[in-house]
Design a protein around this ligand. Structure first.
Ligand code: KE4
Length: 458
């Protein structure tokens, strides 16, 4: 739908025509709570009708009405090499012809395990599961079983999936809906989880001292992607490593989003800090449902059938998902695209910074590799409280202007952004041009549904 912008007229409309998405959403709301299968997709945070997609290719998504979007979510991480990569599609097709699930061991699970271990040497043994939630949930249980202790420390605004023990002051969709502590979690369980401010050494030490004799694990997103994009301070992360080592507690890095996204070796390679256990997801499944957790052999061998800590999954290590994961991991290892991704994200963010500065709109951004975040605030947030203080109204206007004109950023300020190897200078240029032309919608409370200036060239 979008013509190349080089030398062509370009204008902004309030929104693409999304009649089919509207109809699909009406139907879906009669069938699924909120009309979605994961809350953040409901657009509750930014208003408006969620977009229903039908197709994706490279850097682009295509909705039910045929509108084209430049995609900066990439299914929350997996689409690092672009959507519908031919090698991943072929791998899935080939495996599907051999069967989609056997409920029995396959060689391809070991192939993926070898690829992951090659990139994350801290993982001596690994267990495949079906989601990031399962990976963190199982890591928590394993840490409690291995240490025979109950307490867990997590950090405000970090999201580790919808695990009972970890939905305490969580980020991502939980925060988007202002539900940091979800109902339905028994107080007798929640009391074993303490949450501290992220990047705050003093507060962490206070809580640590109060529970250290019964502390099973500290779990952290070393690069938080669920309160916007907020990297851990290196000194803060080093402190977590030091005190857990001295105390015999397990340090769990939740790299479900940062793994294979910020560098080949994840955040643990970026910071040079080795956790005891790592939770993974997203990229390792190539877009199919896969999670994994792994780490020191002496800890992992506590898992059934070797050890007493039970963990299982009918579709864990599913051959179709392993085929997709293996294909994507091989692509990433061969190409090692992180410098390219860093440069693409940097072009996007510096262009956005220039536009916002010229319009006098407070704006800051951050990135590592192809994972990034931006905030409508002068200074970069260091924790969830800082993120909450950033300008909601401007964010909502910005998001509506972008999504309405074919730029698909995450529909919540508590999420991160992702760029792929398929985003070229043209996509970056299109994005910046649309943002620039949308400024009237972004910088002041405009009647988004009534004003349209110039006409979008189809
Ligand atoms: P899943 O169970 O959604 O596969 O993974 C949970 C999870 C665990 N750890 C981290 C660091 C994560 O970011 C996630 C899930 N990420 C969100 C994006 N903020 C998934 C999107 C959604 O909830 O729909």
């Amino acid at each position: 739908m979008l013509r190349s912008l080089v030398g062509s007229e370009m204008c902004i409309r309030d929104r693409n025509k999304i009649d089919k998405s509207i109809k699909l959403f009406e139907e879906a709301q009669l069938l699924m709570p909120g009309g979605v299968n994961s809350p953040v997709r409901a657009f509750k945070n930014i208003g408006g009708n969620p977009i229903f997609f039908e197709k994706a290719s490279g850097a682009y998504l295509y909705d039910a009405d045929g509108n084209e979007y430049i995609d900066y979510i990439g299914s929350w991480g997996p689409m690092i090499m672009g959507h519908s990569h031919p090698k991943i599609v072929d791998a899935i097709k080939k495996q599907a012809e051999l069967g989609t699930s056997y409920g029995a061991p396959t060689g391809i699970e070991s192939e993926v395990a070898v690829l992951i271990k090659k990139c994350l040497p801290s993982i001596e043994k690994i267990r495949m599961v079906n989601s990031g939630t399962e990976a963190t949930m199982s890591s928590i249980r394993l840490a409690r079983g291995y240490t025979n202790r109950d307490k867990i420390i997590k950090f405000d605004g970090c999201y580790h999936g919808h695990v009972d023990s970890l939905l305490i002051k969580a980020g991502s969709g939980v925060l988007t809906f202002g539900l940091p502590d979800s109902p339905g979690i028994p107080k007798d369980l929640a009391k074993h989880t303490l949450s501290c401010p992220f990047n705050n050494k003093e507060e962490f030490l206070k809580v640590f001292e109060s529970v250290k004799d019964d502390l099973a694990a500290v779990i952290v997103e070393p690069i938080a992607g669920n309160m916007g994009f907020v990297p851990g301070d290196i000194d803060f992360l080093k402190l977590l490593r030091e005190v857990t080592t001295a105390n015999g507690s397990i340090l769990i890095f939740d790299e479900v989003m940062s793994g294979f996204r910020v560098s080949l070796g994840g955040a643990q390679e970026v910071f040079g800090i080795i956790p005891d256990l790592t939770a993974l997801g997203k990229v390792i499944g190539g877009g199919l449902p896969v999670g994994a957790f792994g780490g020191k052999q002496e800890i992992m061998d506590q898992l059934a059938p070797l050890g007493p800590v039970y963990q299982a999954g009918t579709l864990s290590g599913n051959p179709l998902a392993m085929a997709a994961g293996s294909a994507l991991l091989n692509l990433i290892i061969d190409e090692n695209p992180y410098e390219k991704l860093e440069s693409k994200a940097s072009s996007l963010l510096s262009g956005m910074q220039h536009i916002m500065d010229s319009a006098g709109i407070p704006f800051s951004s951050n990135q590592i590799g192809g994972m990034f975040g931006f905030f409508f605030s002068e200074t970069l947030p260091k924790n969830i409280d800082d993120v909450t203080q950033t300008n909601d109204e401007t964010f909502i206007r910005f998001l509506n202007a972008c999504i309405g004109n074919g730029i698909y950023f995450a529909p919540s300020k508590y999420e991160a952004g992702f760029i792929s190897t398929k985003h070229t200078d043209l996509e970056i240029e299109k994005t910046l041009t649309i943002i620039n032309l949308s400024l009237i919608h972004i910088s002041e409370p405009t009647r988004l549904l009534s004003i349209s200036y110039a006409v979008f060239c189809l």
